[in-house]
Design a protein around this ligand. Structure first.
Ligand code: CFM
Length: 563
């Protein structure tokens, strides 16, 4: 690692004009020192806790040591996490396009959720599109003092009169839980009153869990309780699946649907990118659940299996090779030669263009380094795309994942249930007396499994990362800057809260939540988009020209924190 003095010496030996450039630390790969450096300024107790969340990867497959995850952030630390309301309303329900999502709370909670996640929608053949409008009860001080139920009732009525939706979903924000508005009773009364509109509520107050993750679980429970199974009509299609955990950020879902269509696979319901009420209501008629982001939606996958007998598998459409692998996995499940051949034909037709783009960018991207810190799946999934470009992920982690996302699903039985996770309801689900139907015979399942086919399984991020890389849970603002300063990756991926502080360090930054203004990055066409965008970012000269104001204005006196 370069010390400040060494660095100053380096600087003084540089020609005068280059001294104005931002400091470019030469990355020396000593993970233990980097870890020590990250912890150095914390009070002892905080450092002890963070030490368990910063792991130097041993890359021992699934025998990797435990990482501390899904625990509260120490107050005072500027976490990258969001709140439970964000996970419920923003992540799971936000992308639905014909459910009126009504936020009961102060307007700020809605403003934050107002089209910022870039979950795209189209009009669909049903013409049910509302786009993802933003509805709020705009709670005021007086509502908090005297109660907000009347205002909520009036808002539901107004939304119904204006839009006549099939469904209205109500979301609790922090003050609603604190004052005790009974949103569930209000929802029930309005549902009975309307007769033709399903109204239900989510107790997803922001403080309810340690992160967004609690909000996913709350959303999954209510979607399953109030919507799934409401429409028994049998949809046409030979190979029917649901795509779970795909939210159509930047049009990812559109690209995946394009590929499914080409293969002859019918997507009954996406949870929840560009989805409709009816898709959720019909989800139990599919024959397979393909789960993309298991972190956010595994609860629905498990409940669909228990109640209706639909098995689930893990898929990943981030990365062209991963896309091909996932399509083959789906085809293998159905086991029909016609589908297997079709999938192979589609892969052969799509891959040449992808490979041409990959070969081209690799001449400029191979050997470069990346860091990525995203919510619960992408910090893992996107490593596929980077490795297709010959880029190495030197540090990665999740905001709110659980240990199974790091270590693999097999650790679930060993997960500690603490007071925070106990706070979230576990739905008890039984097989449906009339609609439960196993999708294959026990012998067929056995044959698949014996051939190496894995149901209900996903690997963790840790075994997929190299030895000596840094895996960090719940990274914070301070550590993010420190990491970049010490290791100068060629690209850093995270979200809007990190974007500008990282760019100010002279390192390109890509938002992997909203994709900035880009996307899709899923599927075959998405991979090409990603290769080309990352190539432009990591090879742009602009970052080395960045100057802090005091470097160009002699009247200003300031220094970088590390100077
Ligand atoms: Fe799943 Fe997501 Fe993610 Fe997620 Fe999210 Fe997202 Fe994410 Mo932002 S559902 S866990 S809560 S893949 S909004 S589409 S990018 S943190 S890594």
């Amino acid at each position: 690692m370069v010390t400040t003095n060494q660095h100053k010496a380096e600087l003084s030996s540089l020609p005068a004009h280059t001294k104005l450039m931002p400091l470019r630390y030469k990355a020396v790969w000593e993970p233990a020192k980097v870890k020590a450096e990250l912890l150095k300024h914390y009070p002892a107790k905080v450092a002890r806790k963070r030490a368990k969340q910063i792991m130097i990867n041993e890359a021992l497959g699934n025998e990797t040591p435990e990482i501390l995850a899904n625990v509260r952030t120490t107050p005072g630390i500027i976490t990258m996490r969001g709140c439970t309301y964000a996970g419920c309303k923003g992540v799971i329900m936000g992308p639905t396009r014909d459910i009126v999502n009504l936020v009961h709370g102060p307007i700020g909670c809605s403003f934050y959720a107002w089209l910022t996640r870039r979950n795209q929608t189209d009009a669909g053949t049903d013409g049910e599109n509302y786009m993802t409008y933003c509805f709020s009860t705009d709670m005021q001080d007086s509502d908090i003092i005297f109660g907000g139920e009347k205002k909520l009732t009036a808002a539901i009525q107004e939304a119904y009169d204006l839009f006549h939706p099939r469904s209205i979903a109500i979301f609790a924000t922090c003050p609603v839980g604190l004052i005790g508005d009974d949103i569930h009773t209000v929802a029930k009364r309005m549902k009975e009153k309307f007769g033709d509109c399903n109204v239900y509520a989510f107790s997803c107050e922001g403080y309810k869990g340690v992160s967004q993750s609690a909000g996913h679980h709350i959303a999954n429970n209510q979607v399953f309780r109030h919507i799934v199974g409401e429409n028994n009509e049998v949809k046409p299609g030979k190979y029917k699946i649901n795509l779970l955990g795909e939210y159509n950020i930047g049009g990812d879902g559109f690209e995946i649907d394009r590929i499914f269509k080409r293969c002859g696979i019918t997507n009954i319901a996406t949870f929840s990118g560009n989805s409709t009420y009816d898709q959720f209501a019909s989800a139990h008629t599919a024959d397979l659940n393909a789960v993309m982001c298991h972190r956010s939606i595994n609860y629905v996958a498990d409940m669909l299996e228990t109640k209706y007998g639909i098995p689930w598998i893990k898929v990943n459409f981030i990365g062209a090779d991963a896309t091909a692998k996932s399509l083959r996995k789906i085809a293998k499940y159905f086991g029909d030669q016609e589908l297997i051949d079709k999938v192979e034909a589609v892969i052969s037709a799509e891959m040449p263009v992808v490979l041409a783009a990959r070969t081209d960018v690799r001449t400029r991207t191979a050997g470069k380094t990346a860091m990525m810190f995203v919510g619960g799946s992408r910090a893992h999934h996107y490593q596929e795309l980077f490795s297709e470009m010959g880029m190495k992920t030197i540090s990665a982690g999740y905001e709110f994942a659980h240990r199974d996302d790091y270590e693999g699903r097999q650790v679930i039985p060993t997960l500690e249930v603490d007071a925070d996770s106990r706070n979230i309801e576990e739905l008890h689900v039984d097989p449906d007396p009339t609609r439960f139907a196993p999708r294959k015979t026990p012998a067929e399942f056995k044959a698949l499994e014996e051939a190496g086919y894995k149901f209900k399984h996903y690997d963790g991020l840790i075994p997929d990362m190299d030895k000596g890389t840094l895996v960090i849970d719940d990274l914070n603002q301070y550590e993010a800057e420190k990491l970049v300063e010490l290791l100068k990756p060629d690209i850093f991926c995270a979200g809007i809260k990190e974007k500008y502080s990282i760019q100010k360090l002279g390192v390109p930054m890509k938002q992997l939540h909203s994709y900035d203004s880009g996307g899709p990055y899923a599927g075959f066409k998405g991979a090409i988009n990603f290769y080309q965008e990352i190539d432009r970012l990591v090879n742009s000269k602009v970052w080395s020209y960045m100057k802090a104001p005091w470097q160009t204005n002699p009247e200003l006196s300031a220094a970088y924190v590390w100077e």
